[in-house]
Design a protein around this ligand. Sequence first.
Ligand code: MN
Length: 744
Amino acid sequence: MSLQTPEEIQLIQSYFEDLLRSCTRCNSQDDVELIKKAFNLANEAHKGVRRKSGEPYILHPIAVAKIVTSEIGLGAKAVACALMHDVVEDTDYTIDDIERIFGKKIASIIDGLTKITDVFDANSTIQAENFRKILLTLADDIRVILIKLADRLHNMRTLESLPSTKQMKIASETIYLYAPLAHRLGLYAIKTELEDLSLKYRYPQVYEEIRSKIADNEKRRVQLINHFSLPIIQKLEENNIDFEISGRPKSVYSIWKKMQTKNVSFEEIYDLLAVRIVFNPYPHIPEKTQCWHIYSLITDIYKPKPDRLRDWVSTPKANGYEALHCTVMGPDGKWVEVQIRSRRMDDIAERGFAAHWRYKEMDATSQENELDKWIRRVREMLENPQENALEFLDEFKLNLFTSEIIVFTPKGETRSLPKGATALDFAYEIHTEIGNKAIGAKVNHKLVPLSYKLNTGDQVEIITAASQKPTWELLNFATTAKAKAAIKNALKGEAKNRIEKGQRMLEEKLLEMGIQPSSRVFKKILPAYEVTSKDELYAKIGAGLVSLENLKRILKKNTQSKWIKYWKLQLGFGSKPEEETDAPAKFDMRKPFLLSNVADADNPPYLVAKCCNPIPGDDVIGYVSPDEIVIVHKAICAEAVRLMAQHGDRIVAAKWTSQKALSFLARIEVIGTDRMGIISELTKVISEELMVNIRKFHIESHDGIFEGFIDLYVHDVTHLNNLIMNIMRVKGIENVKRMDKFDD
Ligand code: MN
């Protein structure tokens, strides 16, 4: 065992002392003792162990503890737990030891942290399932999840020393799981850093390019902001307001994401200026009043844009965010966004609801109540497993911070529901079967539809019919996670039936033709039916959306496609993946696959994902489907991010090669004012001047405005952008933009 050198011992000591100094919330002697005790135990337990970077292991828990206190704002117990978060996981200490030395509470938090790690280390578990487990532990103690986030943040900050394949997996997981979680919990600063670090390791070149551009432009931006801020500073000082003003730099990730989704240049995004004013409020005057006072002083100087006023002071966002946002015309003829917040609002915005509860601490009982309610809702949601974790989080967020209503059953029992809940939510609250069979309700003895919004004190009776079945429309009336999950489950049951039916139909048809349904067969028919998985194909067949009439022809043909080309995929290691083995494991993440335009039926084909329709020039990744077809997604595509996190081992880097020979289908949306002959002019520009083939043209005109879309074949992003520019020049055209998602 390599023990610590005297220098290292000193280094550890100085890190720890720095941690103690930053624990501003640990004011009692007991707190300090607790932290010291935890540190001594952890230091002893990890002694001689080093991280991949070579530094003593204990520096990691100290750093995590520091994040927990100074960036999330938690107290002594959490700091102690952070210091010991890897002890049970990595050393000989057991949970019983911890409980014996530190008591039940701390032991249960460390137990939660250990279990979360277990969940993540099992390679093949479905991530969404992990999510639920995380949230389940969260329900026991919110600190578990906050410490876990701090742990992940420090691991991301030190990701440098891991091998690149590991970096990719961890970075994808971070963007898929941890950043949204941080966002939902309102930890904006941590969320932003996680996103940036994730981008840095997923797309190093892109990251570096944007980062250096930011550095180049920073000076000019600061000048502009100073020029804008000076009159404001003067005015606010004259009015004796205690404040800070800062130019809000945009994160690398947010710029990249905007460039990708809006298809605009770096400059167009970066030039948008924003400043933030954080004031220390006067006591006895409502913060809201003071926000509007500052707003009024600023708009005395600069003219506001009326439609850009966002008042989250009167009505905070669902996750607790409060601020007043407005956009004003700056001195350089540029619109500038101004965010006005009190110190407390700023704290909540940056550090999330941990801070929220801290501000509520004056009233301990109401704080307990809020927390209890929230935990109960979380539990409720956890009891209703759903497939899509992000969706789950969205609903989770909606249920956060919403207050409750109390309603009565016909027998006079009370039920609590979130504010805004409908009669349908109530039906599902009583029982899933009642929800599934509900057709209407009686509220206070009056007949109402299921969409009826309930109020506190309502007495509700649900009317059911045995023949009733849940429909998609019904989802619109469901607001609670419980009701939504139940409806989706019921609908999924039907989808499952369709899949089974489709599978039977296909297998019978193949049998008729004397063909076994092998992976070779599927490799041919999936692209032909323009689907990316067997289930998708079965569902389409089962629903009668595709016919099997042409199956024979498809299987006879070597290659066939209407507009999806499949092209030779030049494998990085020069051979094609073996059939029916775990082929992706052999893919070398460091070498991108070349998406070549040389068509060759012998090589594994690839498909363009329909959720994002990438074309050459877009940043892309490849996902090797269970049917061994490489599906190419835009790197920005939400589905791609999900796949990277869930099936990191099936992701291959992909890169376009020369692409002039063949064309890709893209859809553009056009909006303009209607005039005689504009359509013919439009088609002329596209097909004659630009020599582009149009596949579909759909325009609707009403009240002098026309809008629609055009599907056309382009070579790559540059080609498409040129085209868009040219169409923009047609008189009467107001806006042209690329659409990512479209079906055939
Ligand atoms: Mn750790």
